[in-house]
Design a protein around this ligand. Structure first.
Ligand SMILES: [Zn+2]
Length: 126
C-alpha cells in the first residue's frame, strides 16, 4: 500500500500518499502530484467539466439542419460514453467522489439529452 516516489524538490524518497511531508525539504504531496492514479483523476475531472460544455455547444450549432443534427447527436453520445464514470471507477478514492461524479454525469447528460429531444420535436413539427 505504501508506494514511494522521489521528492520533486530534493529527490529524497517519500511516500506517494497525499499529505506526506518530505522530511528533508518540507515539500507536501498534493492531491494531483502523487501517483499515476491521481494524474488520471485530474484528466477525468477536466473531462467531466468540459464534456457537457462541448456537447452543449455542438448541439446548439448542430440544429442548423437535420444532417448536422445527426452528427451533433453522434458527438454527444460519443462524449457521454467517453466521460462515463464507469470507465474510471478504479480512480475514485472515496465513495463520495464516486457518487459526486455519477451525479454530475447523469445530470449534465440528461439536460443535453432533453435539449436534443426538444430540438427534434421542433424539427419534426416544422
Ligand atoms: Zn524533499
Amino acid at each position: 500500500m505504501s508506494s514511494t516516489m522521489n521528492c520533486p524538490e530534493c529527490n529524497h524518497e517519500i511516500l506517494t500518499r497525499m499529505g506526506t511531508i518530505c522530511p528533508n525539504c518540507g515539500y507536501t504531496v498534493g492531491y494531483f502530484n502523487g501517483d499515476i492514479k491521481r494524474k488520471k483523476y485530474a484528466k477525468f475531472f477536466a473531462l467531466t467539466v468540459f464534456t457537457p460544455f462541448i456537447s452543449f455547444i455542438t448541439i446548439i450549432f448542430a440544429q442548423l439542419n437535420k444532417y448536422t443534427m445527426f452528427i451533433g447527436i453522434a458527438i454527444f453520445f460519443y462524449l457521454a460514453i467517453k466521460s462515463c464514470p464507469i470507465s474510471f471507477k478504479e480512480i475514485f478514492l472515496t465513495k463520495f467522489e464516486k457518487i459526486f461524479f455519477w451525479l454530475i454525469w447523469v445530470l449534465a447528460n440528461s439536460l443535453i439529452f432533453s435539449l436534443i429531444v426538444n430540438i427534434l420535436i421542433k424539427t419534426m413539427k416544422g
